[in-house]
Ligand binder design. Structure first.
Ligand code: BG6
Length: 488
């Protein structure tokens, strides 16, 4: 059931026939329809440069749903959903073409939400075209997808262009990880549970690991990926965003201002990585051929369309230090890679070891407690602790066990929505809390640019790792140097 209504919207998707729209947006919108979360009066207008009719667009949407939803379409819901769809052919580079929008949107009655699912090179044209067409008003919103630039300068250029036409409150910058249920649950876990609230600092925590691994490779987008690399594609946004949620101070409330300002403080506290410390703090790697889930797969340089000389990284591991009172001396180890053995996104909070061990019969060194937050797949939270093995003979024997809270088991009646579903709905509702502010993106880029520059200056070549592994041995050594190990 719907628990919050919003003013009806005209959602205009630029790049409606493109990959993002077909793979994620249309499917998420259909799912919102299915769960009765779209306002009755909301319309979806697909804009693209290809010759297409509204009927053709509806057909394309249906085919996408069929292929991505495994043919499990509810025909009744589909019928209702398809009535919202229409199509407009536009060459986004031609300013005068934006006038056509006047005939299809109704800014007086509906909020116009412009979703830019196109390359950022078109953002300028779109913003200026919209301005010239006269369809904008103070309620209009613009939703932007990554990549928002490939470094600080290019991201500033994009934001400058958008901000010439829209004010910051109208701009919704998406990081789809912030829509994921378990990322949001971090707020609940940290700020609604006193056992964690009071233990979330350098007094009790030894170190924190954030892992985002994907078994997939480059999936037909070699060109884009090769210019980007794993550091910019995944770490600049998704992993740093997770880190800000783990590390931030308690916000005063859940408003966008409070959350954004706490995240900004974390980003400002990241210790810079430069040419001086790049070798000891980072690992850069590229996959070679190997086996993933029993299937042989090619190396990065053997993928279709590959430039065999490429030195782009597909795996990164980094030690991050957050220089503030809470986290002094507590490293965050981040790793992310393509072609890992499986898809796995998780946060592991490793607590400190106890100062004295009275259970030497079981463990020479008592293993410390761990809080494992499984972000995907199998969303859940696990606390790893020691318990006595039942029995009456001999000495007390301990065993490591876990308190395991699986979301799908515990919340059987509640569906876990995907990141895009949540974020599209928030954009329609006009709630910017889960979107990124300009300052956050720029601070993230400043920190990432320094790493990228150091790699370039030091000629840091990526180390090889076989597909189907968790990166090169250097990644193990990164933690081993500090007397620690990755959670496997
Ligand atoms: C995207 C990256 O932002 O996130 C992709 O560009 C990556 O390279 C994807 O595959 C991962 O998203 P998810 O939600 O499947 O973890």
């Amino acid at each position: 059931m719907k628990n919050q209504t919003y003013k009806p919207c005209d959602l205009v998707i630029y790049g409606a026939l493109g990959d993002l729209s077909k793979r994620k947006l249309l499917i998420s919108l259909y799912r919102l329809e299915k769960h009765n979360l779209l306002e009755a009066d909301t319309r979806i207008i697909g804009v693209d440069r290809l010759d297409e009719t509204s009927e053709g667009f509806v057909e394309t949407a249906y085919k996408s749903l069929q292929s991505f939803l495994n043919h499990s379409i509810d025909e009744q819901i589909w019928l209702q959903f398809s009535k919202r769809l229409s199509y407009l052919k536009m060459d986004l580079t031609q300013s005068e073409q934006y006038k056509q929008l006047n005939a299809v949107v109704d800014p007086g009655k509906r909020v116009m939400v412009n979703y830019l699912a196109v390359s950022p090179v078109l953002f300028k044209n779109i913003c200026h075209g919209l301005q010239a067409s006269g369809v904008l008003n103070a309620e209009t919103r613009i939703v932007m997808e990554k990549p928002i630039g490939h470094d600080l300068k290019s991201s500033q250029e994009i934001n400058d262009v958008v901000c010439e036409v829209f004010n910051e409150k109208q701009v919704y910058r998406i990081d789809h990880y912030l829509g994921k249920e378990t990322v949001l649950n971090l707020l609940a876990l940290r700020f609604a549970n006193s056992i964690f609230t009071t233990n979330w600092n350098h007094n009790t925590i030894d170190h924190i690991q954030i892992t985002v691994g994907e078994e997939i490779g480059i999936e037909g987008r070699w060109d884009y990926f090769d210019k980007t690399g794993q550091l910019r594609d995944m770490l600049q946004n998704h992993l740093l965003q997770i880190l800000t949620f783990v590390a931030m101070e308690p916000p005063a409330d859940l408003s966008a201002e409070s959350i954004h300002s706490e995240k900004i403080k974390v980003l400002k506290a990241l210790r810079p990585i430069t040419s001086r410390n790049i070798e000891e703090k980072t690992v850069r790697a590229q996959y070679t051929s190997g086996f993933v889930q029993g299937k042989q797969v090619p190396g990065y340089l053997e993928e279709e369309g590959a430039n065999t000389e490429s030195t782009t990284e597909t795996f990164v591991a980094i030690r991050v230090d957050v220089d503030n009172w809470r986290w002094a001396g507590v490293p965050f180890y981040l790793r992310t890679g393509k072609r890992t053995p499986n898809k796995r996104t998780e946060i592991v909070v490793n607590f400190k070891q106890l100062p004295h061990n009275i259970f030497k019969d079981s463990f020479r060194n008592l293993p410390a407690n761990k809080l494992v937050i499984h972000l995907q797949p199998n969303e859940g939270v696990e606390v790893v602790m020691l318990n006595k093995v039942p029995g009456i003979d001999g000495n007390i024997k301990l065993q490591q066990t876990s308190l395991d809270l699986s979301f799908s088991e515990t919340f059987k009646a509640n569906r876990i929505f995907g990141g895009y579903e949540k974020l599209i709905l928030e954009a329609l509702r006009g709630n910017p809390t889960l979107f990124l502010s300009r300052e956050e993106i720029e601070l993230a880029w400043i920190w990432i640019d320094s790493i990228q520059t150091a790699w370039t200056n030091n000629h840091t070549k990526p180390k090889p790792y076989p597909a189907g592994s968790w990166g090169p041995i250097a990644s193990v050594a990164l933690l081993a140097r500090d007397g620690r190990a990755w959670e496997e």
